[in-house]
Design a protein around this ligand. Structure first.
Ligand SMILES: NC(=O)c1ccc[n+]([C@@H]2O[C@H](COP(=O)([O-])OP(=O)(O)OC[C@H]3O[C@@H](n4cnc5c(N)ncnc54)[C@H](OP(=O)(O)O)[C@@H]3O)[C@@H](O)[C@H]2O)c1
Length: 436
C-alpha cells in the first residue's frame, strides 16, 4: 500500500457480491475497521445486487476493467470457480493491486504461479478464507506452528459432509435422508457432488499440503472416495468399536522416502479423538509436528460471516503494512510431487448379505490367501436374514492387499449390496514416540 493510501485508509474493491462478498461488505460498512474503505463492488447484472446499506459513494459496476483501472489498493476476488477468477487475479496483480481471495480452486490449481507473480509485483496475495472458512489455519501454519517440523495434517474440511454424517449418526437416518435434510437447511447445494464425493476437501487439502508441509501436489492426484455408500447401520457398528465416521482429508510425509501420502475418504476415527469430536457443519484441522505433537484448530468452516471475517483479517494484514515477503505462504516453482495412494491401516468391512452357512468361512479363506488377519466379527441381532449386515475388522494391512482381497470377495453371490470398507484411523503417535 502506498503512503498516500495509508493516509486515506486501505481502499477495497469486491469482485463477486454473493454470500461472502455481501458479508465482507457488511463488515466494511460498519465502523469496526476505520482503516479499510470499500470503494467498488463488481458483479454481473449489477442492478439487482445494489444494496441500500452500502455507503452511497461506493461505485457499482459490471466491468472488472473498472476495478483494475481504479485506484483501489486491494481487489477481493469472491466470484469463485477457476475462470475468469484466475485471469481476474492475474490482471489485478499486474495492475499493481494486492489480492485477497476465498477461492480454493484457484489457489489449489494455480496458487504457486500466482504467488510468484504477486512476489514479482511486490504485492500481497492472501487466501486465508480458501481453507476451512473462519478457522485461521493458513496463518496458524505459517506463523503459529512454523517452529515445528510438521509431518501430518488431517482434517474434517467439508461442513456439508460432516453435517450429513453426524445427522446419520444421531438420527439413524439413511444417507439420502440426511442429504435431503442438509439441502432443506441450506447446508448442501442442489448438486452435492463437490462436497459428498470429496472434490471440495481435495482442493483444500492440496492447499494445506503446500502451506503446512511445503510440497506442491496436483489437486487431481489426491485420491477420493465418496461418503454416499455409508449406511446408518455403519454408525451402530462404529460405536461398538468406540468410533465415529468422518470424511477425513489427510496428508503425511513418509518418513522413509520424504514423499507425500494423501487422500480424502470416509474413515472410522476414535470417538474421543479431535476429529471424532467435531460435529454438525463444523470443521477441524489437526496438525502433528515432530516437536510439538498434535495441535487442533476448529470452528466454522463455511458460511458468509465466518468466511468474511477471514477475508477482512487478510485485508487488515495488508492495511497494517505487513511486509509482502513474510507472506510467501506457498512453495513457489518446481514440479508437483507424486502422491502415494498406498497406505497401511486396520480396516472396517461391512457386508450386507443373504445369510447362509459358510459365509464367514469363505471370507476368512480369502483373507488368509491375501495374508490379512481377521481381528473380530460383529453382528447385531434382529436383522432379516435376507439382508443381513455384519462387520469384520481386520488387523493392519496394506490397501493393495485389501483391494486384491475385495476383488475376490466381489465374486461371491451372497452380497445384497457391495461391501463397504473403511480404514480405522488411530490417534496419532505422540511427538516423543515419533522422534524415538
Ligand atoms: N459461501 C461460503 O461459505 C464459502 C466459504 C469459504 C469459501 N468460499 C468461497 O468464496 C467464494 C465466493 O463464494 P460465495 O458462496 O459467496 O458464492 P456466491 O454466493 O455464488 O457468490 C458469487 C458471486 O459472484 C458473482 N459472479 C460469479 N461469476 C461471475 C462473473 N463471471 N462475473 C461477475 N460476477 C460473477 C455471482 O453473481 P450471480 O449472482 O449472478 O451468480 C455472485 O454474486 C468462492 O470461491 C467460494 O468457494 C465460500
Amino acid at each position: 500500500m502506498s503512503e498516500s493510501a495509508g493516509q486515506r485508509g486501505c481502499t477495497v474493491g469486491i469482485a463477486g457480491f454473493g454470500t461472502v462478498g455481501q458479508a465482507v461488505a457488511r463488515i466494511l460498512s460498519t465502523d469496526t475497521h476505520p482503516g479499510l474503505r470499500l470503494t467498488h463492488v463488481c458483479n454481473r447484472n449489477i442492478a439487482r445486487k445494489k444494496a441500500d446499506w452500502v455507503a452511497p459513494d461506493v461505485v457499482w459496476t459490471e466491468s472488472f476493467d473498472d476495478l483494475v483501472d481504479s485506484p483501489v489498493d486491494v481487489v477481493v476476488e469472491l466470484i469463485g470457480g477457476l475462470s475468469p477468477a484466475r485471469e481476474w487475479i492475474e490482471r489485478a496483480l499486474m495492475a499493481g493491486k494486492s489480492v485477497v481471495t476465498a477461492n480454493k480452486q484457484v489457489i489449489a490449481h494455480a496458487g504457486a504461479q500466482l504467488m510468484t507473480q504477486a512476489g514479482q509485483q511486490g504485492r500481497h496475495l492472501l487466501f486465508e478464507a480458501a481453507v476451512a472458512g473462519g478457522i485461521p489455519i493458513v496463518r496458524a501454519l505459517r506463523e503459529g506452528v512454523c517452529g515445528d517440523r510438521l509431518y501430518r495434517i488431517q482434517g474434517v474440511l467439508n461442513g456439508t459432509c460432516n453435517y450429513i454424517l453426524t445427522e446419520m449418526e444421531h438420527e439413524q437416518v439413511s444417507f439420502a435422508e440426511a442429504l435431503a435434510d442438509a439441502q432443506r437447511l441450506g447446508y448442501a447445494e442442489a448438486d452435492p457432488t463437490a462436497d459428498v464425493d470429496g472434490f471440495d476437501a481435495q482442493a483444500k487439502l492440496a492447499i494445506l499440503i503446500a502451506v503446512g508441509l511445503g510440497r506442491i501436489v496436483r489437486v487431481e492426484d489426491i485420491p477420493l472416495r465418496s461418503i454416499s455408500s455409508i449406511a446408518a447401520v455403519d454408525f451402530l457398528y462404529a460405536k461398538r468399536l468406540g468410533c465415529v465416521i468422518r470424511q477425513v482429508a489427510r496428508a503425511e510425509l513418509m518418513p522413509d522416502t520424504g514423499g507425500i501420502r494423501a487422500s480424502v475418504r470416509p474413515a472410522l476415527v476414535p470417538e474421543t479423538s479431535a476429529l471424532g469430536r467435531v460435529g454438525g457443519s463444523q470443521n477441524i484441522v489437526v496438525v502433528d509436528g515432530t516437536f510439538g505433537g498434535e495441535t487442533a484448530f476448529s470452528g466454522f468452516g463455511a458460511g458468509g460471516e465466518p468466511t468474511a471475517v477471514a477475508v477482512v483479517s487478510d485485508l487488515l494484514g495488508i492495511a497494517r503494512g505487513t511486509p509482502v515477503t513474510r507472506e510467501a505462504a506457498l512453495p513457489m516453482g518446481g514440479e508437483p510431487q507424486p502422491v502415494t495412494r498406498e497406505f497401511k491401516a486396520p480396516h472396517y468391512l461391512r457386508f450386507m448379505i443373504v445369510d447362509r452357512p459358510g459365509v464367514i468361512a469363505a471370507l476368512g479363506d480369502v483373507f488368509a490367501r491375501h495374508g490379512i488377519n481377521v481381528d473380530a466379527v460383529l453382528q447385531e441381532p434382529g436383522w432379516s436374514k435376507a439382508e443381513l449386515p455384519f462387520v469384520m475388522t481386520l488387523e493392519a494391512c496394506s490397501s493393495t492387499a485389501m483391494t486384491a482381497a475385495l476383488r475376490a470377495i466381489d465374486e461371491f453371490d451372497f452380497h445384497v449390496r457391495p461391501p463397504l470398507w473403511l480404514p480405522m484411523l488411530a490417534n496419532g503417535a505422540t511427538a516423543r514416540e515419533r522422534r524415538a
